[in-house]
Design a protein around this ligand. Structure first.
Ligand code: 5GP
Ligand code: ZN
Length: 114
């Protein structure tokens, strides 16, 4: 846990969140400013700042997140698909420096990425 990290504090329960899923490795909660009818943030409990800091030592946390994503999508009824987004660094639009994946669903997205 990194004391000055917003998502570490949410995982620890110091800051309230709308939890949708939790296991030993992963915590998931609804985005405070949803960009789609379903907008959930999936975060590893281990503090890793961003995708650029994934290494052979910590990459298992990404697998844990994607295992959770499949379960959450099923529970949310996203039968016809969804989008998973990771923003990395300032050019990537990352605002919270704790690795997280956005699940966006409940609508049909454009064919374009941006
Ligand atoms: P990023 O821009 O880093 O990829 O995504 C950060 C996301 O965290 C944003 O979509 C933002 O709305 C969300 N967010 C920021 N602060 C909070 C918070 O305190 N609670 C929740 N649930 N979401 C937050
Ligand atoms: Zn953190």
């Amino acid at each position: 846990m990194k004391d000055d990290c917003l998502f570490c504090r949410i995982i620890a329960g110091d800051i309230p969140s709308s939890k949708v899923y939790e296991d030993e490795h992963v915590y998931a909660f609804r985005d405070i400013n949803p960009q789609a009818p379903v907008h959930i943030l999936v975060v590893p409990k281990q503090h890793v700042s961003c995708a650029d800091e994934i290494t052979g030592e910590n990459s298992i946390c990404v697998a844990h997140c994607f295992e959770a994503i499949a379960k959450i999508a099923g529970a949310e009824g996203l039968k016809s698909g969804y989008r998973v987004v990771n923003n990395c660094g300032s050019d990537g639009g990352q605002t919270v420096m704790h690795l997280h994946f956005h699940i966006l669903g409940g609508m049909k997205f454009s064919d374009k990425m941006i």
